[in-house]
Design a protein around this ligand. Structure first.
Ligand SMILES: [Zn+2]
Ligand SMILES: [Zn+2]
Ligand SMILES: [Zn+2]
Length: 154
């Protein structure tokens, strides 16, 4: 999926959690127990999860109410530091399987089951950013999402 002329590492499970923690720490942020819990919860979801889903599950796990607002703030911090990806059309989040490297991830969102997988294409990213630049537009973050039917629902 796209040309990677860098060391593109995709993680899952415990290794993903370690990689996420390392990324956040090297950005000078703290890996608090609350942040660790939010990340673990997010990483356990196969489909994009909302701040409300995560707050509900964490409240049950921690035995006391976790406010969606504090989950939002942590998710924002994660997105800003490349630990989580925001699927705009679902208003939900996914753990980033490559926290060590930044891409304009392309999401494939299934209209049937809600699953969102992602692919990376530096070529597409370069083209999209180029179009914006030619229009004199300073790109912050391209959002590329494809709605459709996933392979298992097809
Ligand atoms: Zn990469
Ligand atoms: Zn990606
Ligand atoms: Zn599907």
């Amino acid at each position: 999926m796209g040309e990677h002329n860098h060391n593109h590492e995709v993680h899952s499970g415990e290794r993903l959690i370690d990689a996420a923690r390392d990324s956040l720490l090297s950005a000078g942020e703290q890996w608090t127990s609350m942040r660790a819990d939010v990340f673990e919860e997010l990483a356990s979801h196969e489909r994009p999860a909302s701040a409300y889903d995560i707050a509900d599950n964490l409240s049950a796990k921690r035995g006391k109410r976790v406010a969606p607002n504090s989950v939002y703030r942590i998710l924002d911090l994660f997105v800003g530091n490349n630990l989580a990806l925001r699927v705009e059309s679902s208003n939900a989040y996914l753990a980033n399987s490559h926290p060590g490297c930044t891409h304009d991830c392309i999401f494939l969102v299934c209209d049937e089951c809600g699953e969102a997988t992602h692919v990376d294409s530096d070529e597409v990213s370069k083209t999209v950013r180029g179009i914006a630049q030619d229009a004199g537009f300073a790109t912050r973050r391209p959002i590329i999402e494809i709605r459709g039917i996933c392979a298992s629902c097809n």
